[in-house]
Design a protein around this ligand. Structure first.
Ligand SMILES: C[S@@+](CC[C@H](N)C(=O)[O-])C[C@H]1O[C@@H](n2cnc3c(N)ncnc32)[C@H](O)[C@@H]1O
Length: 250
């Protein structure tokens, strides 16, 4: 267990992507920003203790339970899932998908440290784990991914801020077979009318033109902020009906 110290009580009013803590590690006190995933993943156990134990994140389980409900409602079988897990991190979503009984799970993340952490924290969960930018795949890798005939995309706690942009989400969506499940969560502000990140327009357009057929959605507490306030996200499970436009729709 790490000794994790949050900023003093009168200094906890940070934007979600600016939050930080101090961790005693290797004989020194390190200040770590929550979005410095490379550093967090490199310290075994820190990601899980910080986000799951201290800040009560429960998004992988919540989203996978929502997916399981949708599958059960259609008398489907989770054993048939061939999943692309985008922004897979150290494998918390993979862990839940494995518990559901998914047939195969491929992880993808932008940074090497995530792949190493998934191998360390969830060994054997991912059939493959790619490191790179999904908007810049070589033709060979794109073909390899297409051959996997994914019928499910998961992207949990990874959309928005400086993480996965709308264009990357659209690329991943377009790798899923028609009829496949699209499972994601996003901070509620990013799907509000006022949002200018591009997600609101992309998702609205998908729902309006039926590229995305919504099967379930749920507003819930994604985690606590360092001030102890709930951070609300919306979880969605949709069926892919058609590709999404790559590039932010106008
Ligand atoms: C908060 S973590 C979530 C990890 C995991 N899905 C979970 O629920 O625990 C966000 C992850 O998204 C990854 N990420 C950020 N931008 C990305 C991109 N453009 N493509 C793929 N992964 C990205 C980060 O490296 C990080 O591992």
């Amino acid at each position: 267990m790490f000794e994790i110290t949050f900023p003093p009580k009168d200094d906890r009013d940070y934007d979600q992507d600016e939050e930080w803590c101090e961790v005693a590690f290797d004989g020194e006190q390190r200040r770590i920003r929550f979005h410095d995933y490379d550093e967090i993943y490199s310290i075994p156990g820190l990601y899980d203790q910080l986000f799951y134990d201290e800040l009560r994140c429960d998004s992988p389980r919540t989203l996978c339970a929502l997916l399981a409900d949708c599958i059960a409602e259609e008398d489907g079988d989770a054993d048939d899932l061939r999943v692309l897990d985008l922004g897979a991190g150290n494998g918390k979503v993979g862990e839940q998908l494995k518990l559901l009984g998914a047939d195969s799970i491929v992880g993808m993340d932008l940074i090497e440290e995530a792949a190493a952490a998934a191998d360390r924290d969830q060994p054997g969960v991912y059939d493959d784990y790619l490191v790179g930018d999904i908007t810049e795949l070589s033709e060979d890798v794109r073909d390899e991914l297409s051959e996997r005939r994914f019928n499910c995309l998961t992207s949990v706690a990874a959309l928005g801020f400086d993480d996965i942009p709308p264009e990357a989400f659209a690329h991943a969506h377009n790798l899923i077979e028609p009829g496949g499940w699209i499972v994601f969560n996003i901070k509620e502000e990013f799907i509000s009318e006022q949002d200018d990140s591009g997600f609101s327009r992309l998702i609205r357009q998908g729902l309006d033109d039926d590229s995305l057929q919504l099967e379930a959605d749920r507003r819930y507490r994604h985690r606590l902020s360092i001030a102890g306030d709930p951070i609300h996200y919306v979880g969605m499970v949709a069926r892919k009906q058609a590709d999404l436009p790559v590039g932010v729709p106008g």
